[in-house]
Design a protein around this ligand. Structure first.
Ligand code: PLP
Length: 499
């Protein structure tokens, strides 16, 4: 029998792994989770001498056990190939005494590529396993990086269409150009006049709208999600926690069994949650350090147990972390409450009615045991990029800098000597304007010009996938208000496959 997934908010809503991936979000608004996480163990010894793909196969197959060997092979080897500019897929670089896990070697130079290269394969196979013949329409809200990575992943995949919504004024010029120049007959990109939370809330609302669902069903269409609310995105991210650990063992930086810390620049809590899953599966993890930017709601939550979105949304130079409603936190709370679905449903109700909830003392205690959190402001982000460049000749992007600075705070506060890995979630060339400014001072040149200057002055090569971005044809010009997203979707669907 296949592993059972259930809604965080209702343990009567069950799904097989394939059903959970195809649906994306549970119909009650909850997120799909495997209930028996404590039964899912994977000793690092088992992965000894495995390469990234072999590890990915074992980890994904452990969770999605209704996939055949052949389906897992097709998915993993289809995803992690020459699309990545390094065979290691996720290299680890030593910078001073810390380790930087570079998650940006895929097609869109951000960490989303790890999950979104494989999600299309998982979804197609999951559809087969569910015996579903409907066309899938992927709805995606993006703070900048998910959108492009999802478009690349799903481009020209038969039987699937993808619609991406991004905040018109909330993404970098490079991010925007990457999306609006996207090729592929089945891709659609819409700018919205709002922020990421507006887009994500609207998408969740549409996915849960019974009326729309029935109407689409009559047209043989169903929606799914490529956001990290989809469990098919979360699970593949566990792999790099294991692969990095193995690399440290192999390089004799640690002995097998030694604990390590991971510092994660966090937005929707998907990346760090994959680290939590790895820890529960037996990876020796000491602390998961949650780094926030000036939208520091997660820092406040981890330190106080109160989640309060009654605060301004701040636009920062680490836009992929500009989020106040961090979806995957719901999954963490589910596990920290010992899978108490009713309790989670109550918290989420508080969140939607009062824009606030407070967890109980047991959960507050567990949060502090597993996590540590601080934040980095705009000025510190710039200072950190400059300092690390000058000290170690290493160029990091703004999100990675937020994590780096948070780790410095952590050492200062705890004196912890545990070996630590900082997750680098984007290439500096994805945010060349800010990175250039940090290292060489403010400039009024365009971001694309600064990409060239950054390359010239640091000696780093511009990743091929963004080289010449400014010369590509703009193929997407749609825009709408967040409350008009349903209309826009219906319009796109009525136009058929050619955008
Ligand atoms: C998406 C993203 C993040 C945040 O990751 P979550 O899984 O949403 O917490 C951080 N940095 C970059 C560059 C990203 O693209």
């Amino acid at each position: 029998m296949a592993r059972s997934f259930e809604s965080t908010r209702n343990n009567h809503i069950k799904a097989t792994p394939s059903e959970a991936i195809v649906m994306g979000l549970s119909q009650d608004g909850g997120l799909f989770v495997p209930r028996d996480l404590s039964e899912i163990k994977l000793d690092t010894e088992v992965l000894k001498d495995n390469n990234f793909n072999q590890m990915a196969k074992k980890i994904i197959g452990t969770f999605f056990d209704d996939f055949t060997e052949e389906q897992l092979n097709e998915s993993v080897y289809g995803a992690y190939d020459e699309k990545f500019d390094t065979q290691e897929i996720v290299p680890v670089v030593k910078v001073g005494d810390t380790f930087i896990m570079e998650l940006f070697h895929g097609k869109t130079i951000a960490f989303k590529d790890i999950a979104l290269s494989i999600l299309p394969y998982l979804m197609k196979n999951a559809e087969k396993n569910c015996d579903s013949k409907e066309e899938i329409v992927i709805l995606t809200a993006t703070s900048g990086d998910t959108g492009k990575a999802a478009l690349e992943g799903f481009k020209d995949i038969q039987g699937i269409r993808i619609i991406v919504f991004y905040p018109e004024n909330g993404v970098s010029q490079v991010q925007k150009l990457q999306m609006v120049t996207q090729e592929g007959k089945n891709t659609h990109v819409v700018a919205i006049d709002g922020n990421f939370d507006d887009a994500q809330s609207a998408v969740k609302g549409i996915l849960n709208d019974e009326k729309i669902r029935l109407e689409l069903k009559s047209r043989n269409i169903k929606f799914s999600s490529a956001n990290s609310i989809n469990i098919g995105r979360l699970i593949p991210q566990i792999t790099y926690y294991y692969s990095t650990y193995e690399k440290l063992v192999k390089d004799k930086e640690i002995n097998r069994g030694d604990q390590v810390n991971f510092v994660v620049p966090t937005g929707n809590f998907g990346n760090i949650l994959a680290g939590y899953f790895a820890k529960r599966m037996g990876l020796p993890v000491n602390k998961l350090i949650c780094a926030a930017n000036e939208n520091n709601i997660l820092r406040d939550f981890i330190n106080t147990g109160i989640y309060d979105i009654n605060r301004p949304f701040i636009k920062t130079m680490s836009p992929s972390m500009d989020i106040l409603i961090s979806s995957n936190l719901e999954r963490l709370l589910y596990y920290l409450s010992d899978c108490d679905n009713n309790y989670i449903a109550g918290l989420m109700k508080d969140l939607s009615t009062n824009k606030k909830y407070e967890v109980n003392d047991t959960i507050k205690k567990k949060l502090k045991e597993e996590f540590w959190s601080s934040y980095c402001n705009e000025e510190e982000t710039l200072e950190t990029i400059k300092k690390v460049y000058q000290s170690f000749d290493y160029v990091m992007d703004t999100h990675t800098a937020v994590a780096y600075k948070t780790y410095e705070d952590y050492i200062h506060a705890t004196q912890d000597q545990t070996k630590t890995v900082i997750l680098s979630t984007a290439s500096p060339f994805k945010f060349p304007g800010s990175v250039y400014k940090a290292i060489f001072g403010a400039s009024d040149q365009s971001e694309l010009t600064l990409m060239l200057s950054l390359s010239e002055r640091t000696g780093l090569m511009i990743p091929k996938v963004v080289d010449g971005l400014g010369n590509r044809e703009v193929l997407h010009t749609r825009s709408c208000a967040p409350e008009k997203m349903t209309n826009e979707i219906m319009l796109i669907l009525s136009e058929g496959q050619d955008d």
